[in-house]
Design a protein around this ligand. Structure first.
Ligand code: 6PG
Length: 247
């Protein structure tokens, strides 16, 4: 398995711009290769500025009608709740692009968690034309990193870190929105590319543990990401990378 690629930017603003450039570049590449770009979005606060840049500066340079939007995880709240991951992406990017409703594949945070997880797994199967036992292959999955090294809604010690069959699971986590729905490790590891977006000093310890800590994904969930046929890219600002010894 390939070593992750580390890209360290001077500050958060440079990271947002670089992330948007990378996403636009991967979109062009995928659309050229197979007429479609399957993009799995992440929640949290870090990607918001990148999404806004995509809708503004990259509005004309990406063929948005060929992009299919998915989510890696969702908090169990209605779509118009300020904590909704769909809501954030919709406000900052999707509503500003001229998209068809069938391009948007959201997790229904307003439904009971188990039901939302089952429905989203079906949505993935239908969109990717896969059957039971198969996993979708996203062109790009964007992920954030929690201070406790969680990724998607795969928190330390959560049994979902050991899921090998289901595409999507409902989880209860130790965070403000306790009930969440998340994609599972085999989906992350079937992706063509996973790109981390991490900024700020508050994440420095988590970045160090994810990349240089002892291999223990139950403690450091981000380490679960290791696609055998895919690339892992870490976009970090200097503050987030400050504790790494090999940069
Ligand atoms: C969520 C997430 C989560 C997030 C990290 C980083 O729904 O909370 O998808 O994994 O990406 O917690 O969040 P920030 O960007 O807000 O630091």
């Amino acid at each position: 398995m390939a070593e992750p690629k580390l890209i360290i930017l001077d500050d958060a603003q440079s990271l947002y711009v670089h992330a948007a450039e990378e996403i636009a570049h991967f979109a062009g590449e995928a659309i050229c290769m197979h007429a479609e770009f399957t993009l799995c979005l992440t929640g949290g606060s870090t990607p918001a500025a990148t999404y806004a840049l995509l809708a503004e500066r990259f509005r004309l340079s990406v063929d948005w009608k060929e992009v299919q939007f998915f989510w890696g995880d969702e908090r169990c709240v209605p779509p118009d709740d300020p904590a909704s991951n769909f809501g954030m992406a919709n406000r900052t990017m999707l509503s500003r692009l001229d998209l068809r409703p069938e391009q948007i594949h959201r997790i229904r945070g307003e439904d009971p968690p188990e039901q939302a997880a089952g429905a989203y797994a079906e949505e993935l199967r239908a969109s990717f034309g896969i059957g039971k036992g198969e996993f979708p292959r996203f062109d790009l999955i964007l992920v954030g990193l929690g201070e406790n090294v969680h990724v998607e809604s795969l928190f330390p010690g959560n049994p979902a870190l050991h899921e090998r069959e289901r595409l999507v699971v409902a989880v209860e986590v130790d965070a403000p929105q306790r009930h969440r729905v998340t994609i599972t490790p085999p989906v992350l590891n079937n992706s063509a590319r996973v790109m981390f977006l991490v900024e700020g000093k508050g994440k420095a310890e988590a970045v160090k543990n994810a990349l240089e800590g002892p291999h223990d994904p139950d403690r450091f969930p981000a380490q679960i990401i290791d696609p055998p046929n895919g690339e892992v890219v870490w976009l970090l600002d200097r503050a987030a990378a400050s504790l790494l010894s090999h940069t």
